[in-house]
Design a protein around this ligand. Structure first.
Ligand code: SAH
Length: 513
């Protein structure tokens, strides 16, 4: 019995920042977490993947405060595991590369808590790669050394520069920014050539990564001039010169752009995928969430009498999911739907319907509620005239759906039943933990915010923590969304057609401008 109550700890490497470099295993483990204990090096993209239900414990340094002492972190992990929880200890890079992962395991081991390690991509190798620097190269070096530049504590040994220079190879210093002059001088004193290429790489793998490439005798001065700050790594070795040839990250069509997306966390985002394929860094801000309407009598009645309807029109994939879930709950399947015709507002909704084994009969060429309403009104009227019946339309959709889709139907005096299937709620509380926001938008350095509906604008406004939104550059899917963003004085960019692809084009246009 005792045993059963014990939880488990997963020590997970979050990678260097770019959310795409988080491992599949790490993501799978995170999805199951009851508690996530994280620190400040974990990238925002990965933080955005933490499930809404998980409890958050921040143990990093907040400005003006000291970091939570290691002892205390160890105790937190133990306490949570003993409470029977699945604990994910999320750390930047790899947990065992200057990550004190070993120390965190000792106490768990003593108490017989089971654990797993999920390695991460370390910044020591990936940050150079994102800056076009291969850490090894057959023509130049035959070894790679990863060294901590953090030698503040008295009991820590000074770096043996003589030994390093004698060995040769590529040297990567982590936590070395404040000690940079000392490190470079140490290498020079030990006999390293003054013109040995050297680089400092700041915020590697993020949209706003910066690098200074110089040589070991000039690097500290050049880095100071550029105002390089932590987190950054120092690379010393001939491979640094290859950056000129191999730089690539900034050169992608959307490289250098950080874009916040306000799509609900529980829906897949093809926009996020497309933008990140083009090189943008995506910050997923799950500002709204959809919740199924409990005990939905109206929907049950409609489904029980589904053959009364001639059309079922969906305005979102969530509506489709809710409708078919209820159908199954009522022990019915598509054979019970008779000759009902299906309409979809756009391609994502169409795909969701087709997944259920039903081909879509109607879809407007423009993705908007109004276009769908108009198309339905026209077709239903024609169809009704042909078969000599007053057509009836079922519209299972969001509780706070706008009037747009209904207006053309009302005007054409077509009968419809508008049924709420899900509710859209703003996600507020989970953004907070004892130390503030999980993702602090104000300090996130976002270039653009993408809005795919008016409700995402409202969700963003109430969760971003800003009082003045006039500095926000808003890329909006359509006019309705833009109208909402305009209310807050945001700078507007509107996609030409109301589709995801058109939004992507809009971003590409911004970059070229
Ligand atoms: N376990 C981590 C390293 C932790 S030590 C890993 O494997 O990457 C913290 C140091 O890592 C920082 O001081 C900095 O030198 C380096 N670092 C981590 N992420 C970085 C990034 N995105 N860009 C540059 N340096 C980074």
């Amino acid at each position: 019995m005792e045993e059963e109550k014990k939880g488990k700890v997963w020590l997970v490497g979050a990678g260097p920042g770019d959310a795409g470099l988080f491992t599949l295993k790490g993501k799978a483990v995170l999805d199951q977490a009851d508690v996530v204990v994280y620190d400040k090096l974990v990238g925002q993209g990965v933080l955005g993947m933490i499930p809404t239900a998980a409890e958050l414990i921040f143990v990093g340094k907040v400005s003006g405060h000291h970091p939570v002492p290691q002892q205390e972190i160890n105790q937190i992990l133990l306490r949570e595991a003993l409470a029977g929880k699945r604990v994910v200890r999320l750390k930047g890079g790899d947990p065992f590369v200057f990550g004190r992962g070993g120390e965190e395991l000792e106490l768990l081991r003593e108490h017989g808590i089971s654990f797993e390690i999920v390695p991460g991509i370390t910044s020591a190798v990936s940050v150079p790669a994102y800056n076009g620097i291969p850490v090894t190269h057959r023509d130049f070096v035959s070894s790679l050394h990863i060294i901590t530049g953090h030698t503040k504590k008295k009991d820590e040994a000074e770096i043996d520069y003589e030994a390093l220079v004698k060995l040769g190879g590529t040297f990567v210093f982590l936590m070395g920014i404040s000690a940079m002059p000392k490190i470079c001088q140490g290498l020079l004193n030990a006999g390293m050539e003054a013109d040995m290429p050297a680089a400092v790489l700041e915020r590697g793998t993020s949209a706003h990564q910066r690098r200074v490439v110089s040589d070991v005798s000039h690097l500290p001065e050049e880095a100071a001039k550029a105002g390089i700050q932590t987190p950054a790594i120092i690379v010393v070795g001939k491979v640094c010169a290859l950056e000129k040839e191999f730089h690539w990250a900034e050169d992608r069509p959307l490289g250098g752009l950080k874009i916040a997306l306000t799509r609900p966390q529980d829906r897949p985002s093809s926009l996020a995928d497309k933008l990140s394929m083009l090189g943008a860094e995506i910050l997923l801000m799950p500002t709204i969430e959809t919740k199924e309407i409990a005990d939905n009598q109206l929907l049950e009645e409609a489904i029980a009498d589904i053959r009364r309807f001639d059309y079922v029109a969906f305005t979102s994939p969530v509506g489709v999911a809710g409708f078919f879930k209820k159908l199954r709950e009522m022990k019915k399947d598509i054979r019970d739907l008779g000759n009902v015709q299906f309409a979809a507002i756009g391609s994502a909704t169409k795909a969701a319907i087709e997944k259920m084994g039903i081909l879509v009969d109607l879809m407007p060429s423009v993705y908007s509620g109004e276009a769908l309403g108009q198309l339905l009104a026209d077709r239903a009227a024609l169809w009704g005239a042909k078969v000599g019946k007053k057509p009836e339309i079922l519209i299972p959709r969001a509780k706070i759906g706008t009037d747009e889709v209904l207006r053309p139907l009302k005007e054409a005096e077509i009968r419809f039943t508008d049924i709420p299937v899900y509710d859209t709620v703003e996600v507020l509380e989970r953004e907070q933990d004892a130390h503030g926001k999980l993702i602090d938008f104000a300090s996130a350095d976002v270039d653009y915010v993408a809005f795919t509906s008016a409700s995402t604008v409202r969700g963003f406004v109430s969760s971003c923590g800003l009082t003045d939104l006039t500095g926000i550059k808003a890329v909006c899917i359509g006019e309705k969304t833009a109208e909402e963003a305009a209310k807050y004085g945001m700078e507007l960019f509107v996609a030409r057609a109301a589709t995801i692809d058109s939004m992507v084009e809009c971003f590409l246009g911004l970059e070229q401008a």
